[in-house]
Design a protein around this ligand. Structure first.
Ligand SMILES: Cc1cc2nc3c(=O)[nH]c(=O)nc-3n(C[C@H](O)[C@H](O)[C@H](O)COP(=O)(O)O)c2cc1C
Ligand SMILES: CCCCCCC(=O)C(=O)O
Length: 386
């Protein structure tokens, strides 16, 4: 990072004509003004009384960095390696469903941003556009597929096979959403995105799913999705079978307990995403950053660990990386960027997070993502620095 490049980070925002919101609070406020109450409430809210949502932020606030100085930090290497490929930044896109409710171009805008930024894009099962449409929009982007299991297992296998055929490079199986969390905001707003057709993309393009419907009417599609999307019987045996049926690496998303991380490895899983779904599933759950250290210890470097839930600043990413995550994924911030300015908004949000992360690595006294592991962190209830 040269001095000029570093000075540019703030200047480019100061010179911008209509300042784009920078902090998470400002982004959320701007999205609230732009979107209707239903979609905004769906994106913003957490489950139940939103304790998990608060726990995520509290966990980041609890840690402080003890920086080191007089270490040449003129060159900062923010690159990371995952599954044999190198990426310029440890900030990836979390899988977020139904992007059509934020912007007409939905997932197409996000995958184009991912391609431009050269970071992996994780497409949700419940996306507005299909796997094939997303692959067509950005054939050269690195794309992973987030799979929601299905009560009819053949639909899950069919979607995994379609992802592989369309050039997706990994499967992210979400394990914390076997049924939908208790989301009071959606009940208040009488908002059901599935019933509004925002999740059509992958279902209406799936021959196995379509063959289960009595006809091709919209009502049959909605009933079909509702019958299949909730999958409370999901078990380790399903995961072993999925592993037998795909050549792609499989990551489990939603792991919070170190024993589940160990079981994941014992069952041949290739990566772990420490996440509480951004506080949208079980309320009263440990903040994802608080769950990270025990999982890092249990995994002991055997597979990559990615963290999400509450990463709203470059500094949050730094703390997760310093505690042992290999990368972090970003959820709501990019969705707000998408709502505000499509692909450009997504890129602005990710670039601002990146710029803050890069400056923070240098100011903490490290020169690379890897070197962050040597940075001292203290919990705020402890004041002793070793
Ligand atoms: C509107 C919305 C939709 C989401 N849809 C999915 C999804 O389809 N699949 C999934 O695994 N996670 C989904 N998530 C959870 C994200 O992948 C991620 O875990 C979460 O957003 C991280 O928290 P953050 O928003 O605080 O960054 C969704 C999150 C939001 C906000
Ligand atoms: C049981 C799956 C419903 C999909 C909801 C999408 C999602 O993960 C979220 O809203 O969060």
């Amino acid at each position: 990072m040269t001095n000029t490049a570093q000075g540019d980070l703030l200047l480019k925002n100061i010179n911008a004509q209509a300042p784009f919101p920078i902090s998470f609070a400002d982004l959320e406020q701007a999205a609230a003004e732009k979107l209707a109450a239903g979609p905004f409430g769906y994106i913003r809210s957490g489950a139940g009384g939103e304790q998990t949502l608060r726990n995520n932020r509290a966990a980041f606030e609890r840690y402080s960095i003890v920086p080191r100085f007089l270490n040449d930090v003129s060159t900062i290497d923010t690159s990371i390696e995952l599954f044999g490929k190198t990426y310029p930044t440890p900030l990836l896109f979390a899988p977020v469903g139904m992007n059509g409710m934020a912007h007409d171009k939905g997932e197409l805008a996000v995958v184009e941003a991912a391609h431009h930024l050269r970071i992996p894009y994780i497409q949700s099962t419940v996306s507005t556009y299909s796997l094939e449409e997303v692959a067509h929009a950005a054939p050269d982007a690195t794309k992973w597929f987030q799979l929601y299991w299905s009560t009819n297992e053949d639909i899950a296998y069919s979607m995994a096979a379609r992802a592989e055929a369309a050039g997706f490079e990994a499967i992210v199986l979400t394990v914390d959403t076997v049924m939908l969390g208790w989301r009071e905001e959606d009940v208040r707003n009488q908002f059901s995105p599935l019933k509004l057709g925002y999740a059509k993309g992958n279902y209406i393009n799936d021959p196995v799913f379509m063959a289960t419907l009595p006809d091709h009417s919209f009502e049959s599609y909605v009933q079909g999705v509702l019958q299949n999307i909730f999958h409370p019987t999901l078990s380790w045996e399903n995961i072993r079978e999925l592993k037998r049926r795909t050549n792609l690496p499989i990551l489990l998303k939603g792991i919070l307990h170190p024993e589940d991380a160990k079981l994941a490895i014992a069952n041949g899983i290739d990566g772990i995403i420490v996440s509480n779904h951004g506080g949208r599933q079980l309320d009263g759950v440990v903040g994802s950053l608080d769950a990270l250290p025990a999982i890092v210890e249990a995994v002991n470097g055997q597979v990559p660990i990615i963290l999400d839930s509450g990463v709203y600043r470059g500094m949050d990413a730094l703390k997760a990386l310093a505690l042992g995550a290999d990368a972090v994924t970003i959820g709501r911030p990019f969705v707000y960027g998408l709502a505000l300015a499509g692909q450009e908004g997504v890129e602005k949000v990710m670039t601002n997070l990146y710029d803050e992360l890069k400056v923070s690595i240098a100011l903490a006294g490290a020169t690379s993502v890897k070197a962050l592991r040597n940075i001292t962190l203290v919990k705020n209830d402890r004041t002793d620095v070793k």
